[in-house]
Design a protein around this ligand. Structure first.
Ligand code: TYD
Ligand code: MG
Length: 458
């Protein structure tokens, strides 16, 4: 007896699947996004789905040649860094971002660089040959030997790939691709999933590195993130900062590198340019220092980054004061306020508190604790923190200031940008003095507040 086709209900926003229909997706909360999807009972191979180019071989793990993770530089150091050192041969990367973020621009620039050494193929399903050629012209890359294909069928694409044998292929974008063997509608999560895995299988067997473009949905997640992120080797997201000129590339997943790595670019009239000194980009501060503004040194991926934290404390007009954190963890802010009250004697229970990270960066690291606290105190007391001072350190529930990783590199970064003083955890105190930087090592909140008093008296 033939097996019955299986009916599933898949959320078109996030890719979660359910055995029955419902009006709201329990996973992402989207309304009316769940659509019926009939999955064929016959295995993918029987339907002709999945690339089957060669027979699989069995290897001994100890005999696998480890020198094989060859990387191809994109010519953009910041892009390479986020990928973990360049595009890995045979790997599949997904690059997400809102429309207009610059995904096509970034990939065209990267391909132009790679094309000088290896054959490359740019597959566009969204834009015409003319549009891509015009962009290349604008970028000054009109003469780069990039091969182009406009096609949306993944089977056709793999056939062309098999003939052309590029080292790197770009798929722009995965959402417009379709697989004739998959029955659901183009653009649906199941179609995207099927196409991505078809292309991935091709990449793994052929050694062609593949970079797929994916659009993000309104909640900033890649469409069908749960379905695609386990298929691809690396998932990076390109997003704008508060200053519309700058772009940040972030690795959310990377089998060949570290996650959390950031790359910085600015969008110019002739394409994306690397920002070599991102700290400077986030520290374009107002001329006159104001209370509540404090600089901290974050550790992003493999390097330090100076960012400004602002707090505004105002007396609440109503009974229920608001606490709002932008770019920071709301719960962390609440915890720090509690510690400040209990161990620092600074009570903010009746005040509205707004905390913000300047530049649109999201801070997930605890090393910003001390700076957040100082910034709240500074705004509350209406005292200016001198511009040439940085703060970092984790704050514990007992009011102790705990050490953070890479303390020395953070201090060097601060000194490099002209900071003269740093208030840091005692255990991070450097053995050798840092040039041109006066270090105040503190063990708990009281000591930190003591240093603050000292600093603002100067
Ligand atoms: P694009 O790469 O098409 O974005 P995506 O593929 O992520 O949708 O870039 C679109 C934006 O970038 C568009 O608003 C114009 C701007 N842009 C520049 O400012 N300079 C340039 O050189 C290029 C090519 C684009
Ligand atoms: Mg595009």
């Amino acid at each position: 007896m033939a097996k019955k086709d299986k009916t599933q209900f898949v959320c078109q926003e996030c890719g979660a699947d359910y055995p029955s229909w419902s009006g709201q997706c329990k996973h992402c909360g989207a309304w009316n996004s769940i659509k019926e999807f009939r999955e064929s009972a016959s295995p993918p191979a029987a339907r002709g789905v999945g690339y089957s180019g060669a027979r699989s071989e069995v290897h001994l793990l100890s005999e696998v040649n480890l020198t094989h993770t060859e990387r191809i530089s994109t010519g953009l150091h910041e892009f390479d860094r986020v990928l973990g050192g360049g595009v890995v041969v045979g790997s599949v990367a997904l690059i997400g971002g809102a429309p207009g973020a610059g995904k096509s621009t970034l990939l065209l620039q990267a391909l132009a660089h790679i094309a000088a050494r290896f054959p490359v193929l740019y597959i566009s399903g969204e834009e015409s040959l003319q549009q891509v050629a015009e962009r290349a012209q604008r970028l000054g890359l009109g003469q780069a030997p990039i091969k182009m294909l406009t096609e949306t069928s993944v089977r056709e694409i793999c056939e062309v790939l098999a003939v052309e044998q590029p080292r790197v292929a770009v798929i722009d974008s995965i959402q417009v691709m379709f697989d004739p063997g998959c029955e659901s509608a183009p653009g649906s999560v199941s179609q995207v999933r099927e196409c991505a895995s078809y292309l991935t299988q091709y990449a793994k067997r052929s050694g062609t590195a593949m970079v797929m473009v994916g659009h993000v949905t309104k909640d900033q997640s890649l469409a069908g993130p749960m379905t695609l992120s386990h298929i691809v080797d690396a998932q990076v997201v390109l997003s704008s900062t508060d200053d519309a000129r700058f772009r940040v590339l972030r690795a959310d997943k990377n089998r060949f590198g570290s996650v959390g790595e950031l790359g910085f670019f600015s969008m110019e009239s002739n394409g994306l340019r690397e920002v070599k000194n991102p700290s400077a980009m986030f520290l374009s501060r107002a001329e006159k220092p104001s209370p509540g503004s404090v600089v901290t040194v974050l550790w992003e991926g493999t390097r330090p980054l100076l960012v400004e934290i602002q707090a505004l404390v105002t007396e609440s007009q109503y009974g229920n004061p608001r606490r709002l954190a932008v770019g920071l963890d709301q719960n962390r802010l609440a915890m720090l306020l509690a510690v400040l009250s209990r161990h620092g004697g600074i009570f903010t229970g009746n005040d509205e508190i707004y905390a913000n990270v300047v530049g649109g960066i999201k801070v997930s690291e605890t090393s910003s604790d001390l700076a957040i606290m100082v910034s709240v105190t500074s705004s509350l007391r209406d005292r200016i923190i001198p511009y040439d001072t940085v703060f970092f350190g984790e704050v514990g529930l007992n009011g102790e200031i705990r050490p953070v990783a890479n303390g020395h590199a953070r201090l060097n970064e601060a000194a490099k940008h002209g900071f003269k003083r740093a208030v840091i955890p005692k255990s991070n105190k450097p053995k050798e003095p840092v040039k041109n930087l006066q270090v105040f090592a503190v063990g708990n909140i009281q000591e930190a507040l003591g240093v603050l008093g000292e600093l603002s008296e100067r």
